[in-house]
Design a protein around this ligand. Structure first.
Ligand code: UP5
Ligand code: MG
Length: 203
């Protein structure tokens, strides 16, 4: 994981990080972007849940505990899953434009990924008040089967987001690499703004 230069250069591969609080709508907006722009969508949370359920995974139990507690799985696991998924996508689908959803959410992940895997073009950041996110997650929890869509876990996810993940957004903000979108509107309303802002960034 520690490399002297990234595996992919930003000339060769486009990486857009997609961040925002739990339930801000990252996955929803990524699905729309995939349909219109042909990005490959890689959700770190989805990759972790897949690994958790993979028979024989040595990390399954650990991932399960971390996700329920709303804390960040040690970065080695997540970075490796993303790197594998990117490699497989480039090889099998020939796609070189990635939406990396829900990652990086801790400073160490951000630094290691950009130094060792691929520098990001920018971060698409969905801003949403906690009350709105909480309502969405509790509502989804009725059917999602996600172990962390309950009020106890949601509280912990919010705390981690503020304490651990917002510093990542602030870091990229200082580099002028954050595209901020208000995420309170309807999915289609939010998406209109996303498209406009991507256009301004040359996408
Ligand atoms: N919805 C969406 N947009 C809406 C809108 N505009 N108006 C009304 N409703 C809207 O949406 C959530 C719900 O809201 C859905 O029901 C949707 O229909 C509705 P979604 O698009 O799924 O939001 P998203 O931001 O993707 O929410 P998600 O729950 O996936 O966010 P999290 O960031 O909490 O979850 P993630 O899967 O990324 O991570 C889960 C856990 O994995 C973390 O807590 C952590 O423990 C672990 N993890 C790591 O350890 N490391 C990582 O790098 C990443 C994750
Ligand atoms: Mg998601």
């Amino acid at each position: 994981l520690q490399r002297s230069k990234p595996l992919y250069s930003s000339d060769d591969v486009t990486v857009i990080f997609v961040l925002g609080g739990p339930g801000a709508g990252k996955g929803t907006q990524c699905a729309k972007l995939v349909a219109d722009y042909g990005f490959k969508h890689l959700s770190a949370g989805d990759l972790l849940r897949e690994e958790q359920d993979r028979p024989g995974s040595q990390f399954g139990e650990m991932i399960k505990d971390y996700i329920r507690e709303g804390i960040i799985v040690p970065m080695g696991v997540t970075v490796q899953l993303l790197e594998n998924a990117m490699g497989a996508t480039i090889e099998n689908e020939g796609k070189r434009m990635f939406l990396i959803d829900g990652f990086p959410r801790k400073m160490d992940q951000a630094l290691v990924f950009e130094k060792g895997v691929c520098p990001s073009r920018f971060t698409l950041f969905f801003h949403c008040p906690e009350e709105v996110m909480q309502e969405r997650l509790l509502n989804r929890g009725k059917t999602s089967g996600r172990s962390d869509d309950n009020s106890e876990s949601i509280k912990k996810r919010f705390k981690t987001f503020i304490e651990t993940s917002m510093p990542v957004v602030d870091h990229f903000e200082k580099e002028g690499k954050v595209v901020k979108v208000d995420a309170v509107d309807t999915p289609d309303g939010v998406y209109e703004v996303v498209k406009q802002k991507l256009k301004e960034r040359g996408i």
